[in-house]
Design a protein around this ligand. Sequence first.
Ligand code: ADP
Length: 543
Amino acid sequence: MEEMEGDYIPRYEYERLESDYRRLMRKYEETEAYKLDLEKLVSKSRSPPLDCGFVVEKTEEGAIVNLNGALKALPYGTLTEMEIKDLKSGKFVFVGRIPDRNNPSGFTIGITKVYDRMVDLEVGEIEELVQDDDGWVGEISTGKGRGRIYKRLRKDEPEMLKEGMKVGLLPGTYDIKKSYKAKAISRYEVTKNPEVSFNDIGGLKGIKQELIKSIILPMVNPDDYTKYGECSRRILMYGPPGCGKTMCAKALASALPNCEFVKIGAGELFSMWLGESEKNVRMVFEAANAKLEEGENDYGVIFFDEIDALAQERGMYSGSSGAPERVTGQLLDLLEGFHALHPHLTVIGATNRLYLIDSAFRARFDKIIEVPKPDKEAVYSIASLYAKKIPVDRYLIKEEGGEEEARLHLVKEIVSYMYSDKYVETEIGKIKRADTITGRFIAQIFNYARDKALEERTLLMLKKGVIGNEDMRRMWDKEGIAAILDAGSKTKDLQKRYKRIEEIGVNMGHLKEGFDKFVERRAEEILTSGFGAMPEEETGMHF
Ligand code: ADP
């Protein structure tokens, strides 16, 4: 056993090793092929090349060649017209002995052959473009811990280059040989109709109604609403994490036909384009708007998660680069001018900490909606939703006199279990048991129970040998998986209780185990983040 542990390589480690191995093999094969080519050429040529290097720059009669780091100006030597035309910086060339024009009986060194291969460019990123008296200098960061390099730019370069652009640099001289267009990299999530229905959300009836009334009704009946009504396309939702803010925004986007849902958090905004965060915010709005104008999408929902990170009181970031403040200003402007954008665009901000959002920001939203922690009734309806999606223990079904009844029983029992004790004790303090309950927690409990039941089903299948896939069964035996999973005692109990595999399903034991497993962690999370006792909020608006 000891030895086995020593040999055991975790999966991620294995994948890394394997990819390293494949990379090395590729390099090896490339080198081998290159070597063969070289050998062929060497054996063919009368005067074998002395060295090999790459062209840094073409000159009048030859080129400056980088030979193992040393730069040498060399004449064209034995190159043909074609080869001279073909010569570009970055190309590999052979250097050898050529007849000396000044000394008919002697030799000198020159380029003898252009090899059809380019040197690998080094990748850098333009951090800053700075103008001085002589023109422009690019401040370029390269990898390898070398820090930044400063490169004087050619006349035409400043026009083509942009801060944040990736460039390919010629090794040694760091001449910019290639630039990669700075694309608007969509590191944020963009989905079409994100498949969450209002019916997947338990409780929150008032919130669903509010969203439908504010957004969907005006879109259904635009004539009346633009004439007489008010347009509330800027919504701020607040409430503790894991209670359905994102779900509501997604459900809204799913309900609207051909709707794009854009989800973006502060982290993504600040990292998308270094130093251009405020442009990123604008770009998100512009991109979504353009797709509506061009008819690619019919509706659009932009969802800003954790908007508090972008909308905090100004002046809180003293000492920073000023980027957060510029983003905040930009977002304020965008929200202010939102009604100039396409009427089918909606923006929803979500925050766990409304008290961090300043009044200027709050005023930019048409509605501020609370998405609260579920009360007992909501917990009940959320649990009922998840209870529909699990296989149920056959014995429970028998006891309860039907499958529906059994699901109902599970819901009732787990809800009353959740509220059975007043407090959860943890090492760092205690908290009301009811305060730990959120939609996410309920989903977690049911998922845990479902996974348990499926695990039991599978163990029994393997124990009984009813696995259709031969290879799978062999693997099971060969790897000693039963021992790893302690399947022996578990399957014994299961076999006693269930005659047939399909009889296994979720029972109260599974659900309670799920609750017990996570409740302490939930309590600790709340104790450390303070979401249990949210300060009472005065939103300044009431709906
Ligand atoms: P928030 O945006 O408020 O932090 P989410 O909407 O992302 O929370 O919810 C997280 C997960 O918790 C959801 O994906 C869902 O599985 C579950 N969940 C939360 N609230 C509900 C609810 N009211 N009904 C059903 N599931 C919920």
